[in-house]
Write a protein of this length. Structure first.
Length: 278
């Protein structure tokens, strides 16, 4: 049955951090080349689905970025072969209200505004966190203050919070800012992404499936975190990584080896190159 089903898989989507990439932000490029050639031959779409910015994700795929698709910004920015198909932004009013709330009640939180043109970070941000975020934010501007909100269009607001506060702050944002059409999702490593409430990786992939004339029965996905839940639920063939929390594993149909073992590429190689069964 699995071998037959491979013929029906036309779209493969993977999260990046903690899933496709090792902790050192690398992957087996030689194996990926073999797989990508196979996908091109068989007309299988390969999609990177991440909470990160498009301009950041493509740095991992310099050779293939214009031959693949991206669900960036947790579904807020959808790109096919280098061309933007859809963008979803938050209102400046919503962003301003959120920043006011977090600064008042959680003053130790690092707030990062992710705009279409630039990302914005207070100059007062600790150096260690600046270094951490510089990897994720290739075009970063340091500002004296986040007020007034810089003139840009915003995909999301990222909050760096203490681990023990993550669930509490997420719940508060999802309750208090529902009328602003904002939703909070965990993107791992003590980060909360606040995105438009009607947007997530699942909506982004659903958009692409419709665009290509496919359905969830044609979709295989890989993920490890809270912002992968919707796409894991959407796909007929869903894999949680061995390093994922149990709550994520319980949602997925299958389990892949860990990101440290290039688990995504292992699974894809086993079934698309070697023809193994599940």
């Amino acid at each position: 049955m699995w071998k037959e089903s491979i013929m029906t898989i036309k779209v493969i989507a993977t999260d990046m951090d903690g899933t496709f990439l090792t902790d050192a932000k690398t992957y087996d490029k030689v194996l990926f080349e073999h797989l990508f050639d196979k996908f091109m031959t068989d007309d299988i779409k390969f999609v990177a689905a991440s909470g990160n910015q498009y301009r950041q994700i493509i740095q991992q795929f310099p050779k293939h970025k214009d031959q693949m698709s991206f669900v960036a910004e947790n579904g807020g920015h959808i790109i096919e072969n280098g061309r933007t198909l859809q963008e979803e932004f938050e209102t400046v009013e919503a962003v301003s209200a959120l920043v006011n709330y977090i600064e008042k009640y959680y003053p130790d939180t690092v707030i990062n505004l992710v705009g279409k043109e630039l990302s914005y970070l207070p100059k007062s941000t600790p150096e260690k966190i600046k270094e951490l975020l510089s990897y994720y934010l290739p075009v970063l501007k340091y500002v004296d203050n986040l007020h007034p909100i810089p003139d840009d269009r915003y995909f999301k607001v990222t909050l760096l919070v203490r681990d023990d506060l993550t669930a509490k702050i997420q719940t508060e944002i999802n309750t208090i800012f529902a009328d602003y059409q904002l939703a909070a999702t965990s993107s791992g490593f003590g980060c909360i992404d606040v995105i438009p409430s009607h947007v997530h990786k699942g909506t982004g992939l659903d958009f692409l499936l419709n665009h290509w004339g496919y359905g969830p029965e044609n979709l295989m996905v890989f993920g490890d975190g809270g912002n992968d839940i919707e796409m894991l639920k959407l796909a007929k063939y869903s894999f949680a990584m061995a390093n994922a929390p149990q709550e994520i594993k319980s949602i997925a149909c299958y389990e892949a080896p860990s990101n440290q073992e290039n688990g995504v590429l292992q699974i894809l190689s086993n079934y698309f190159l070697k023809g193994n069964k599940l």
